[in-house]
Design a protein around this ligand. Structure first.
Ligand SMILES: CC(C)(COP(=O)(O)OP(=O)(O)OC[C@H]1O[C@@H](n2cnc3c(N)ncnc32)[C@H](O)[C@@H]1OP(=O)(O)O)[C@@H](O)C(=O)NCCC(=O)NCCS
Length: 379
């Protein structure tokens, strides 16, 4: 039996100053600031500056940082051409993984691992991932991608490029709060992946491409897409009870967007997003999806099985409603998670570079040894 628990549960692998996940009490801090304060007050750019520099920016620093992001949002035309050649049913996260990997080939600093170059490359990735995501959402429908504008912040620019129209204040705020809330989360699977790649002295594009692959799975970032598809499968608030009895209780179906490796109390991000999902549902007159989600959560929270195991709605549960309400298609949702988590991945990659040692654990071999060799013709 290995020393570490299965799935490395509870194992502490390194120090970090980026975020603290207090899973027992349901709190989350970025560099000491509560997620509630950041969600209420910060832009995504401000939050990213905090994670990368371990302090909040001054007004002048934030303006400079935001301007540099705007200036870096364009992507090489050759990458858009390759995206146009991909099958239109390719999964958006697979496309984003490919496009981010391609970006590395166009960056003359790709293999310069100095601290300054890593900061510059992190900023390029932060700026270009919304452009790639919006471009794919259009390309796959046969629409021309829309170039980023120089006068819009990251959340607004993304919605502009996605829809080719002026974004509304409601859309900008919904996307901004989502990006702030998802920016970092301790040593989650994709962040750990990015640190493992970095620990080999690998470059930031390789680390981020690998992290996107890790985020894609439904046990991690893919849960927002899975949750929205589950709500759509239920289809109607009146059908939730039947779904819970038949599928969840009867067939042991795992409710997507519920449960968490670290939180054994309500996920604080889920609580904030719940409030936003409710407000958005009411203000857009499209309350049905929110009502489906709320009824299902209520049933789970009243059920002995979920109570005993301390299973609560996680960040993906209500965020799927928030994103869907502002027009994000379910299979695009995990790309928005990646657009946010690049802030955390880059923070951790830079932190890993600051005090690097190859991450290389051991395995507990449980097979046989000294097995007699059998020639091919005798097998
Ligand atoms: C997040 C997740 C992968 C955590 O996995 P984990 O820490 O390995 O925990 P486990 O899968 O061992 O779950 C512990 C127990 O709760 C149950 N459980 C966990 N999530 C559940 C869910 N969403 N619905 C029903 N039961 C669930 C498990 O079956 C297990 O029961 P058991 O003790 O009787 O075997 C898991 O909760 C899950 O698959 N949730 C749905 C997907 C999701 O929302 N992922 C996004 C995470 S942010």
């Amino acid at each position: 039996m290995s020393d570490a628990g299965k799935g490395l549960a509870g194992v502490v692998v390194a120090d970090t100053t980026k975020s603290k996940v207090d899973g027992e009490n349901g709190h989350l801090y970025y560099v000491g600031y509560t997620i509630e304060d950041l969600a209420a007050n910060a832009t995504f750019e401000e939050t990213t500056f905090l994670l990368w520099n371990n302090r909040l920016p001054s007004q002048a620093e934030l303006s400079e940082f935001s301007d540099t992001v705007k200036a870096e949002m364009e992507v090489p035309a050759a990458i858009i051409d390759v995206m146009k050649s991909l099958p239109s049913n390719a999964h958006p996260m697979g496309v984003l993984r490919t496009a981010v990997s391609m970006l590395g080939n166009y960056d003359p600093e790709a293999d310069d691992n100095s601290m300054d170059a890593n900061h510059r490359k992190a900023l390029r990735l932060l700026a270009k991932m919304p452009t790639l995501t919006a471009a794919w959402a259009r390309i796959r429908k046969g629409q021309e991608p829309v170039a980023p504008r120089k006068d819009l912040g990251l959340a607004a620019n993304f919605m502009y490029m996605l829809n080719d129209r002026e974004p509304t204040e409601t859309e900008i705020q919904a996307i901004n709060v989502y990006l702030v809330l998802l920016a970092d989360h301790g040593f989650n699977a994709s962040t750990f992946t990015s640190r493992v790649v970095t620990s080999t002295d690998g470059d930031i594009y390789s680390a981020v491409a690998a992290a996107i692959g890790s985020l894609k799975g439904p046990k991690h970032g893919g849960a927002n897409e899975a949750a929205m598809k589950m709500f759509m499968e239920i289809g109607d608030p009146a059908k939730v009870d039947e779904f819970f009895t038949k599928r969840v209780k009867g067939e042991g179906y795992k409710i997507m967007g519920i449960g968490h490796r670290v939180y054994k109390a309500p996920d604080p991000r889920g609580g904030i997003l719940h409030v936003h999902a409710k407000a958005l549902a009411e203000s857009t007159g499209n309350a049905a999806w929110y009502e489906v989600a709320k009824r299902l959560e209520d049933l789970a929270r009243a059920d002995e099985y979920f109570i005993e195991r301390k299973l609560y709605a996680n960040v993906d549960y209500y965020s799927s409603i928030v994103l869907y309400t502002v027009g994000i298609e379910p299979d695009m949702m995990t790309c928005l998670f990646a657009m946010s988590r690049i802030a955390g991945w880059a923070a951790h990659i830079i932190e890993q570079w600051g005090d690097n040692r190859l991450i290389r654990p051991k395995a507990n071999y449980t097979g046989e040894i000294n097995v007699p060799w059998v020639p091919l013709e005798e097998r």
